[in-house]
Design a protein around this ligand. Structure first.
Ligand code: HSE
Length: 417
């Protein structure tokens, strides 16, 4: 039986989904309505005028519509649309990461109770093709032990454009916005929030829980300068924003932060708006995936795959369980670090810094001092051998109180898997 679809939202991604549906690319589904805020606004292609409407509530309760694609943008409205549409007996597809990451429990529980479908591949575009792998991890002979991933196309675009074209952070961000990669509020991309939502969704999938923890450490790329990109390059690294889940036993060590990473590693080699994911199982088998993580068609294709599942009446792939996963303390983890100090240019400076590191048993792998451009301080870049995260931060608290330190110290973890 043919099912009728309504798409709510005709923005960058909406335009792609509407175009593909209108071309009849999903057998068994017909585009019936498109809900827009401004019907008079010019669109990239024409639809029959009667197809456009502004009335969300009418559409999500219409008896002749069986499937709702929610691309509203505003999280409050999106959650309302998704839950109401489910209660009205519709199958639903959403690309809203925030609502799946934060309200996934009530959305999936409602859908399961009512026997409805919720598709959410569009919430983690770059790795959506792995949804079966992630969803069925619990059934597999070897459980997933580690995920390291680049999950935000905008941040990756910014960092790789700064690296390759020596563009400033702001120039690279404007370009990412022009390309339609960035969120309406790009601080979600830059501050690591978007990555954290996606990581939380993956955490729920690999552990088959609708209630994955969300209060893990999150750092973004707002503080990364061209100077750091150049020093990293000199040291033989790229800078990338990564999300990491490590599950050695019961607890999960989860975090989002920038890293220095070798350019010939899978994640280190990923450029532009691409996302990448590296998965290691408990037997040490590692596999990877690279795909575009943002933009009209990459996101539309992810959404269309959910719609194909609905058309073919496949089972939804959302988590079924509700186990609580304890979070491990990342202060216990060992990392190598890149440190950029801003110090006065005088004798004894390195000795003072090294003296503190010595007390914390933190051993240095590289030390390089650059000639300063500022009269007030010179940059000194150091890398460490592995040191416990808690010890590193305690030693930095002491170092940052020294008279010789003239600006906040830049700290970036080095990731060498
Ligand atoms: N703003 C997101 C990104 C869009 O840049 O990855 C895709 O989720």
């Amino acid at each position: 039986m043919m099912k009728n679809v309504a798409v709510i939202g005709f923005g960058n991604v909406g335009a792609g989904v509407i175009e593909l549906l209108w071309q009849g690319r999903v057998a068994g589904l017909a585009l019936k309505k498109v809900v827009v805020k401004h019907p008079e606004k010019p669109r990239p292609f024409e639809l029959p005028p009667a197809m456009l409407t502004t009335e969300i509530s009418k559409v999500i309760s219409a008896p002749d519509i069986q499937v709702i694609v929610e691309l509203v943008g505003d999280a409050k409205v999106a959650a309302e649309v998704v839950l109401t549409a489910l209660k009205n007996g519709k199958d639903v597809v959403t690309a809203n990461k925030l609502i799946i990451a934060e309200k996934g429990d009530s959305i999936f529980t409602t859908a399961a109770k009512l026997g409805r479908f919720v598709g959410f591949r569009g919430t983690f575009v770059g790795c959506h093709s792995l949804i079966h792998e992630l969803n069925e991890a619990r059934l597999s002979a070897s459980r997933i032990k580690r995920i390291s991933a680049i999950l935000n196309g905008t941040s990756n675009y910014i960092l790789s454009t700064m690296t390759k074209e020596a563009k400033s952070f702001d120039e690279a961000l404007s370009e990412a916005q022009r390309q339609g990669y960035a969120e309406q509020d790009p601080s979600q991309d830059i501050d690591g929030i978007d990555t954290a939502y996606k990581l939380r969704i993956l955490l729920g999938l690999i552990n088959d829980t609708r209630r994955p923890p969300g209060n893990f450490p999150i750092e973004g790329i707002g503080g990364i300068t061209l100077q750091d990109i150049r020093y990293a390059d000199e040291l033989g690294y790229r800078i990338k924003l990564v999300g990491v889940i490590e599950q050695p036993e019961k607890a999960a060590f989860v975090r989002v932060h920038p890293v220095l990473i070798p350019p010939d590693s899978l994640l280190g080699s990923v450029e532009g708006n691409n996302n990448a994911i590296e998965i290691e199982d408990e037997l040490g088998v590692t596999s990877g995936w690279v795909a575009p993580g943002a933009g009209r068609y990459p996101t539309s294709v992810a959404i269309i795959k959910d719609l194909v599942d609905i058309a073919q009446e496949r089972k939804p792939l959302f988590p079924q369980g509700d186990a609580l996963i304890p979070l491990g303390d990342i202060g216990e983890l060992q990392n190598r670090y890149y440190l950029r100090f801003s110090v006065v240019d005088q004798s004894g400076v390195l000795a003072q810094i090294c003296n503190v590191f010595w007390q914390y048993n933190a051993s240095l792998a590289t030390v390089m001092q650059k000639e300063g451009r500022s009269r007030d301080f010179v940059p000194v870049v150091m890398t460490t051998y592995p040191v416990k995260e808690r010890d590193l931060w305690q030693s930095l608290t002491e170092i940052n109180q020294l008279e010789i330190i003239k600006a906040p110290t830049q700290v970036i973890r080095i990731y060498e898997r």
